[in-house]
Each structure stands twice: as structure tokens, then as C-alpha cells.
Design a binder for this molecule. Structure first.
Ligand code: GLC
Length: 543
């Protein structure tokens, strides 16, 4: 239960270290731009809308905003199919809007991170149009083209969005590879010209002043150059997405990837104090390799372990412990509860536990990333079959992979369409948005929104939380207890992951006798001696 010596020591060193980088000190906030704030009544969020909401984000206390893609796109995968890397899609606004957003954010002390999607482009990107035009085109080798095998595709590789990952191109008589939609052909990262082109895309935005990138599916970038078939996955279960029938041994997480990530990092390091974040869904021991040799890979490979955690004390303590243990010396941790691809946390674990999850997220060691709406407890919204927008769900219906339910419009107030848009929103709003909205929750002193604000404040203000070590104390029944801090000062976090009240002897929390914050927001300053009682679904931070 204890076994945290190595990580505890590492944490103590952190505590002694200087204040660190901005991306280590603050909280990240993901905006899905289509759904945050519409300013022109077309039912789709835009950059002007985000600018209008910057004061809200500043008041929330976050450090950095990450925007999902805002670049020109046919929107087959809602912006993750890019047809021009260095422009803005008109649905989101103009380059002038983007420049205005960067400077308005900076004026408020907020950093801005963009989504970089280097694994694939849209099939309408000029590079692909050229590449497809003939076998002899100079851009042919910018994508992955192969002859078929025995009358079928070149390998057995599967698309994450259903079916073969190879699309036959009649006119040129070859197949091209697409890890996602056929409308998202994969770039050929074996080709140095591709690397240079993406380096220049990064420089274009870094020169404009953006503070870094979240790199889409970074572990997919390079594929086996011998084009070997993927082996069957013995753990596949019916009801899971069909691509899971095979282990992606030759299509993802290839050894050569680290040299590519290091190359991106070198571009980041041409500029002052920027950050490289990688989207990576891998087991922890593989994930941490993305920090790179000598930590010269991604500064923060996203840690998604909590997205699929069973919500019980032992499982969560194990996840934290394994992650802390696997981190290379000096690597900076990070934690995530939700994103635009995964069901909302408040629906996964329930409304009451969402508050406990917030306390967990904001008291673990490392940088927390919030997904827009988590701070108001937004739920997964039920999407009727005729409302489905997500191409993944359209290709693979009926097994619950749809991502629309976690992408519904932000709930601002009780006016029409929750203040999101004067027009018909592109996705339906949550039914509870009349009550569960920013305006209402701001006015309610103990709302989840005010809890988030208090937790963010505490996180940012407490060296124990920003820089201190993590030390597991106990994980028993529904109780998860850990300490954060160092020898001179520490905090105890006690989380009740169940709905029944619990009582614990004060020796479990050592000399921490004063409640700094309860998830119910009604016990600040209370002193505990001898024992501490927690209500069901309550978490407390003690000094
Ligand atoms: C990433 C994105 C997801 C997108 C996919 C293909 O996983 O987060 O939304 O569909 O890449 O680009």
C-alpha cells in the first residue's frame, strides 16, 4: 500500500526545485471550438466566441487553453481532417480573429496551445491531391501508397474508424493507408520532406506566438517499413471496436517514433518556453518512453489512465502508483479526466463523484487538463440516431463509440440554447442546461463550478500541490488517502469514493488537523482531532 519511496524522493527533489515552467505550474483547459461559444448564429462555435469568453476562463484560474483544430477542413472528422495547416476555417473565423485571440489571451495572462495533426491530412489537402494525381508525382511519396496483395489490400491493417485501413485508388491502381477515415490519408513520415513541411507548420504558428501544441495521435506517426501484417489480438471481445481484433504492433508505437518526436521538440526549443504535448493511448510503461531520451521528447505525453479507471480506491491508487513509479527521473506528470473522444466523467462516475474526481484531479502531482464543461458538471448528452454527427459512430454504429455526446454546446445561461448560439446548435443541448449552466452555478456558493474554482486556486497557490511529492497513505474500501508536499509542509487528501459516510481515526491523516476544503464546500477551517467523519461522496484536503 505504501511502496512510494522512489517517487516520494523524486517528489521531494521537485519541491526543492525552482518554480518551474508555466506548463508545470498551471492548469490546462481544452476547448472544442465548435461547441464553446457561437458569435454569428450559425450554430457552430467560433474564435470570436472564444475571445468573448476569455474573462470567464481567466476567472476560473486556468493557465493555458488548448484548442481542438481550427484549420480549414472538409469536417469529415470535424477538423481532424485538415486541408490547409496554416489558415483558419471560415466556420471558425479568420486569421485576424486568430491573431486577436492569441493577443487577447496573452493580455489576460493565458497561454494558447493549438492542435497539431501531423499523422494525416484531409484527402482534399493540396499535398494529397497532387500525390494522388499520378504515380510519378513528386508528392506521391508524401503519403503511403502500396500495390495490392492477392487481389486485396497490401496488409491486414485496420482503420480505427472501421474496415480496412487501405483505400483503393482506381485511376492509379494502388492503395493508400489511412489509420482513420479514408478521407484522412496518412502522411509518410519515412519521407524527410514530410518532416520538414510539418516543422515549418509548427514554426509558422510558434512565430505567431502560440505557446505550444497538443499533437494528435503522435504514437501513430510511423508505420512498419516492411509492411508486416498485424497479429490477432487474443483479448478481443465482441462489442469492442472492430479494429481491436488485431494488435497494432506494426502500425503504432514503432521504435523510430522517438526520433520523430525529438525532431518536433527541437522545433519547439527553437522558441522560448513553449510546450509539446502528445496524445498517446498506451500502457504506462510505453507511454513514458515518449518523454524521450534525456527528456528531449514530449514534455507532457498525455496521461489518460484515469479515463478508463474503475472508480474504486485500490484501482486508483494502483494507477497513480504505477504512473509515479514509471516516470523517468525529472519527467513532469499530468492527469486528465475527459476529452472530446471519451464519455464525460460526470456520466461515467455520477454527479456526486464528479466532485470527488475534481479534487483528485487537482491534487495529484503534475499538470491537470480540464475538458470544457467539466467544471459545470456537464453530462454525456443522449444523441438520437438522426442527430449523429460523429463519423466513427456512423461507421461503427450500435456499440456506443459515438463521441457527439461529450461534444455538446457549453451551457452558459438559461436563455435560448443556453447562451451558446442564437441559431440552431450543431448538436443538441443537455436537457438540464436550464439549471446546470455557468450563470446559475456561479451564483450558488457550493456549486461544482465554485468547487472547481476553489480547487484551482488551492492548486496554484500551494507549493505542496504544485511542487510537492505524492505519497500514498491508504486505499481501503471506498477511502483513498494520500499526502502531497515535503518534509517541511504537507497536505493530506482524503477521498470517499462511495456514497456511505465513513469515519476514520486521525492517525490515518497524521498531524493534518485543519480542513482547507471539502468537496461540499462547507467545512473550511474545521479542526479535527481524534477522528474525522466524511459524508458519502465527500473529499477533503487537510493541512
Ligand atoms: C485523435 C483525435 C480524434 C480524431 C483522431 C483522428 O484521436 O482526438 O478526435 O478523430 O485523432 O484524427
Amino acid at each position: 500500500m505504501h511502496g512510494g519511496t522512489a517517487s516520494g524522493l523524486r517528489g521531494r527533489l521537485d519541491m526543492a526545485m525552482t518554480d518551474g515552467h508555466w506548463w508545470q505550474r498551471g492548469i490546462f483547459y481544452q476547448i472544442y471550438p465548435r461547441s464553446f461559444q457561437d458569435s454569428n448564429g450559425d450554430g457552430i462555435g467560433d474564435l470570436a466566441g472564444i475571445i468573448a469568453r476569455l474573462p470567464y476562463l481567466r476567472d476560473l484560474g486556468i493557465e493555458a487553453i488548448w484548442l481542438s483544430p481550427i484549420f480549414p477542413s472538409p469536417m469529415a472528422d470535424f477538423g481532424y481532417d485538415i486541408s490547409d495547416y496554416t489558415a483558419i476555417d471560415p466556420v471558425f473565423g479568420t486569421m485576424a480573429d486568430c491573431d486577436a485571440l492569441i493577443s487577447a489571451a496573452h493580455d489576460l495572462g493565458l497561454k494558447l496551445i493549438l492542435d497539431l495533426v501531423p499523422n494525416h491530412t484531409s484527402d482534399r489537402h493540396p499535398w494529397f491531391i497532387e500525390s494522388r494525381s499520378s504515380r510519378n508525382n513528386p508528392k506521391r511519396d508524401w503519403y503511403i501508397w502500396r500495390d495490392g496483395r492477392g487481389g486485396g489490400p497490401p496488409t491486414n491493417w485496420l482503420s480505427e474508424f472501421g474496415g480496412s485501413a487501405w483505400q483503393y485508388d482506381e485511376p492509379s491502381g494502388q492503395y493508400y493507408y489511412h489509420a482513420f477515415l479514408a478521407a484522412q490519408p496518412d502522411l509518410n513520415w519515412q519521407n524527410p520532406a514530410v518532416r520538414h513541411a510539418i516543422d515549418d507548420v509548427m514554426r509558422f504558428w510558434l512565430r505567431k506566438g502560440v505557446d505550444g501544441f497538443r499533437v494528435d495521435v503522435i504514437w501513430h506517426l510511423i508505420k512498419d517499413d516492411a509492411f508486416r501484417d498485424n497479429p490477432p489480438n487474443p483479448d478481443f471481445r465482441p462489442g469492442r471496436p472492430p479494429h481491436e481484433r488485431l494488435k497494432p504492433l506494426y502500425t503504432t508505437d514503432r521504435p523510430e517514433i522517438h526520433e520523430l518526436v525529438a525532431g518536433m521538440r527541437r522545433v519547439i526549443d527553437e522558441f522560448d518556453d513553449r510546450v509539446l504535448i502528445g496524445e498517446i493511448y498506451l500502457p504506462v510503461e510505453r507511454l513514458v518512453s515518449y518523454y524521450g531520451k534525456d527528456l528531449l521528447g514530449a514534455q507532457m505525453p498525455f496521461n489518460f489512465a484515469l479515463l478508463s479507471a474503475s472508480w474504486n480506491a485500490r484501482a486508483i491508487e494502483r494507477i497513480i502508483g504505477e504512473y509515479e513509479h514509471a516516470l523517468p527521473e525529472g519527467a513532469w506528470p499530468n492527469w486528465v479526466l475527459g476529452n472530446h473522444d471519451r464519455p464525460r466523467v460526470a456520466s461515467r462516475i455520477g454527479k456526486a463523484q464528479a466532485r470527488v474526481a475534481a479534487m483528485l484531479l487537482l491534487t495529484l502531482r503534475g499538470t491537470p487538463t480540464l475538458y470544457y464543461g467539466e467544471e459545470i458538471g456537464m453530462q454525456q448528452v443522449a444523441i438520437a440516431p438522426h442527430q449523429v454527427q460523429d463519423p466513427f459512430e456512423k461507421n461503427v454504429p450500435g456499440i456506443g463509440v459515438g463521441r457527439d455526446g461529450c461534444r455538446t454546446p457549453m451551457q452558459w445561461d438559461a436563455t435560448a440554447n443556453a447562451g451558446f448560439s442564437a441559431g440552431q446548435p450543431w448538436l443538441p443541448l443537455a436537457e438540464d442546461s436550464v439549471h446546470e449552466n455557468v450563470r446559475n452555478l456561479e451564483a450558488d456558493a457550493t456549486s461544482i463550478l465554485n468547487l472547481y474554482k476553489a480547487l484551482i486556486r488551492l492548486h496554484v497557490m500551494s507549493p505542496e500541490l504544485t511542487r510537492g511529492s505524492y505519497e500514498p497513505v491508504a486505499a481501503k474500501d471506498n477511502l483513498l488517502i494520500y499526502r502531497r508536499g515535503g518534509a517541511s509542509s504537507s497536505l493530506a487528501v482524503v477521498l470517499n469514493l462511495g456514497s456511505d459516510p465513513v469515519s476514520l481515526a486521525s492517525d490515518a491523516i497524521g498531524r493534518h488537523g485543519e480542513i482547507l476544503l471539502s468537496t461540499f464546500m462547507d467545512r473550511t477551517g474545521e479542526r479535527c482531532s481524534g477522528s474525522i467523519e466524511l459524508r458519502g461522496n465527500e473529499g477533503v484536503i487537510l493541512k
